[in-house]
Ligand binder design. Sequence first.
Ligand code: C5P
Length: 401
Amino acid sequence: MLANKSILLVIAGGIAAYKSLDLIRRLRERGARVRCVLTGAAQHFVTPLSVGALTGEKVFTDLFSLTDEQEMGHIQLSRAADLLVVAPATADIMARMAQGRADDLATTVLLATDKPVLIAPAMNVRMWNHKATQRNLAQLRADGVRVVGPNDGDMACGEYGPGRMSEPLEIVAAIEAFFAGGPLQGKHAIVTSGPTHEPIDPVRYIANRSSGKQGHAIAGALAALGARVTLVTGPTSVADPVGVDVVRIETARDMLAACQKALPADIAVCAAAVADWRTEGEATQKLKKGGGPLPKLSLTENPDILHTLSARGKKRPALVVGFAAETEKIVEHAQAKLKKKGCDWIVANDVGSGTGTFGGDSNAVTLITATAADKWAKASKQAVAEKLARRIADHFSGVET
Ligand code: C5P
């Protein structure tokens, strides 16, 4: 519930602005007070009249409005809220925020505020992927701005990919998670998930079976407890968890580089099914079949991300958790893996035939620590993720079970 919470919603000029009208309703349903600032461009997509009717409040649009300044100056407007939300956050407003510009009312309140800011980016996929936008995003994150979305999907411009604004209820969930605080507030967690794809040639690759369901659920569960989460994921079809920064990679080497870039972190959970080997010298052209001798694949070992993160001197996360997919002697093998990898905990799961773990929705795990092996009852991957996140939170609050 958001009773007694005051939100200043900045609506920038993108087609996703229509969803912001629904966002206002959802926030008010939960008891929040919502005041809105519309940029000039936003007024081409939604009108101050509809926004005012939905918020039940005066709508602010003009930096130089004498009446507004007499009633409530822009500095006061920027500070009266508990949280500032920018939805949709267009490429343009992100660029202006990253630069610290104050050339309209929206950017002025964002620069003058002393309150946390959450943005819900929305733009064309190429604009989102553009180096300039990614640079601005990195700067905003470094400045402490929280980010929800964007999602993958069909876009109003006819293209497909990341750039769709999160749905109003996803933004509400991120706002609620922010206000809920949570025991992992202030902690940074890196989670790896999904398979890696190791190219043989431009059309073929080596990979492990992995849906990414368990890793993604863990990332979401840690975020729900207040952690800032960087999810480094190989190719999966699982939706991005709410309130999590997602870094998409293909190969094990990319995954390691992304994890290292995300350091420092307090927590690392390596749930990815990383391919152990890649081919030496990836073919630049498609290997042809027929006629000649069979192609010979020469394999070389991939970096071990869990082992590397577990060993990383001063930058080692305080708690490193690995996974062990085993088909027999689960505890024995997992205990050996704990030592070999140098991590603190291992979540051992039974992936033997008939367990349905691969691609399925449930998981039977045993949590191995230096001193104990705790067998958990078979449960949904979501429930396993929530239990693991709570165990991690307990670990940091000094409660060891
Ligand atoms: O060695 P094995 O693949 O069985 O170990 C599984 C654990 O190690 C998982 O936590 C997995 O994410 C991690 N791992 C890794 N990098 C590798 C191989 C495995 O992080 N190259």
